[in-house]
Design a protein around this ligand. Structure first.
Ligand code: SAH
Ligand code: SF4
Ligand code: F3S
Length: 455
């Protein structure tokens, strides 16, 4: 047992944020107390990301900042968690005494022991990856956040081996968490007043526990609490299950929003990326999504300037994005990662300048699509889950529509955690602005207005 105060700073994807909540739970169980700033802490953990070089650079810079805190407080312990752990454990420990403890994503249960080793004056490392660990029995402790929306991890690791991606190396083999443990966590969240859950995995549609697949899991999850709504991230286009589209269409509490990463728009590029689908298959899939779920909102991930990318391939990505008209896109310049297939087999040969200009072109097109889409929202009504006060004013609430768009509206008599029907009156490229009409329940709203919604 330790009575120390700890602080966790998290980088990277939603899965890392969910993992930090598991680490919270493990440390609190061990007698430690969470604090909100690095300055107050006896132990600082940085939960790290390796996905692109700039993600790692940010972490290194932060660790250097903590070095000066270490100089002021000699008992201060600094630890690295997450995806950078394995790859740079030797560097991290030796270099400039920045870090005392390094823990990989599957070894968080070992942190209390590792902290004891540090107390004894040793450096402590556990970066072993596991075939089984899902932290199924650990209830994550959500110390930050809004108390309304939560992430629930349903699987770990990834077996897809896309040629550009480091995740299979940092997080190990894919494994699914038992459904009963997922449903139990959702039930607890519902009892605590949470209204929205996003189910997380690197490739959620390959969820498989015994004979339960992802569609069945979503079906069961949505029945836990009909007034709690659900999203998921990320599915893979190679095997997205069509029955899930019908389920989303019929269940009021499965959000009409799908993040479906394309990465690129040409068959030749998709093949080099080891993404086993064609442009045509991808477009057929997004077409089915729009057919089966009227009004569905789609978002994507795109990489610009991957190895050997030609101008023609780049234009194919541009045209794919234009056809699908995503409401949101996460767009990146390719960043070579050690150990990946691309690192071993291809040359990172698109000049930095070209990568950047292609990325800019992609971003500019996307911004104008979003602006156009958002203008079409004016006059529409959305059910918005109020997540808290808006950034600008206490007199306004903000939250997301079912279609995952950020909506800001006047507070009037409404409160955080309520579903509010809002009529959109204005927009920017990133936010919708609206007028609240009435408080609604998901079940009644979609039942009563079924005709209007279908019309
Ligand atoms: N499992 C998710 C993606 C997780 S990583 C999926 O398959 O959709 C999030 C995004 O980072 C990826 O979709 C990809 O667009 C981007 N990414 C991954 N590796 C990258 C690299 N080496 N350089 C640039 N972007 C990368
Ligand atoms: Fe990376 Fe591909 Fe796995 Fe996503 S599916 S985490 S991009 S290897
Ligand atoms: Fe980064 Fe690891 Fe997530 S590399 S994107 S934190 S899985």
């Amino acid at each position: 047992m330790s009575e120390k105060r700890f602080y966790i700073e998290t980088y990277g994807c939603q899965m890392n944020f969910a993992d930090s909540e598991v680490v919270n739970s493990i440390l609190i169980e061990d007698g430690m107390t969470p604090v909100q700033t690095a300055e107050e802490a006896d132990v600082i953990f940085v939960n790290t990301c390796s996905i692109r070089e700039n993600a790692e650079t940010r972490v290194w810079n932060r660790l250097k900042e903590f070095r000066s805190l270490k100089k002021e407080k000699d008992h201060l312990t600094v630890g690295v968690l997450g995806c950078m752990a394995e790859r740079i454990r030797d560097q991290i420990i030796d270099q400039e005494k920045l870090v005392d403890i390094v823990v990989g994503p599957d070894a968080y249960r070992d942190i209390p022991n590792l902290l004891m080793e540090v107390n004894d004056g040793r450096k402590a490392v556990n970066v072993l990856l596991s075939l089984e660990e899902t932290y199924a029995d650990i209830t994550p402790v959500r110390t930050s956040g809004n108390g309304i929306t939560a992430f629930v991890s349903i699987m770990r690791g990834c077996d897809n081996m896309c040629s550009f991606c480091v995740v299979p190396f940092t997080r190990g083999r894919e494994r699914s968490r038992p459904m009963t443990s997922i449903l139990r966590e959702i039930q607890q969240l519902s009892e605590q007043g949470y209204r929205e859950v996003t189910l997380l995995g690197q490739n959620v549609n390959s969820y498989k526990f015994e004979d339960i697949d992802f569609t069945r899991l979503m079906d069961e999850a949505s029945k836990v609490d009909p007034e709690m709504r659900f999203r998921f991230s990320s599915p893979h286009p190679k095997d997205f299950p069509e029955p899930l589209l019908h389920l989303i269409a019929e269940r009021p509490n499965l959000c009409n929003y799908i993040h479906i990463p394309a990465q690129a728009g040409s068959d030749t590029m998709l093949e080099r990326m080891r993404r086993p689908y064609t442009r045509e298959q991808y477009l057929a899939l997004t077409g089915r999504m729009r057919e089966i779920i009227p009004g569905v909102s789609l978002s994507t991930d795109i990489i610009a300037g991957f190895c050997d990318e030609t101008e023609e391939e780049h234009q194919a990505t541009m045209s794919l994005m234009k056809i699908v008209e995503y409401d949101l896109a996460y767009m990146f310049a390719y960043s070579e990662r050690e150990r990946t297939l691309a690192h071993r087999k291809y040359e990172d040969n698109v000049p930095e300048k070209v990568k950047k200009s292609r990325l800019t072109e992609i971003i500019q097109q996307q911004m104008s699509i979003q602006e156009k889409n958002n203008k079409l929202e004016i006059g529409q009504r959305h059910v918005v889950l109020a997540e808290g006060k808006s950034k600008r004013s206490d007199q306004q609430l903000s939250g997301r529509s079912d279609t995952n768009k950020m909506v800001v509206f006047d507070r009037e008599g409404y409160s955080k955690g309520e579903y509010v029907e809002v009529e959109i009156t204005d927009c920017t490229s990133a936010t919708l602005i609206g007028k609240p009409l009435r408080k609604v329940s998901l079940q009644n709203y979609y039942r009563k207005d079924a005709d209007a919604v279908l019309a």
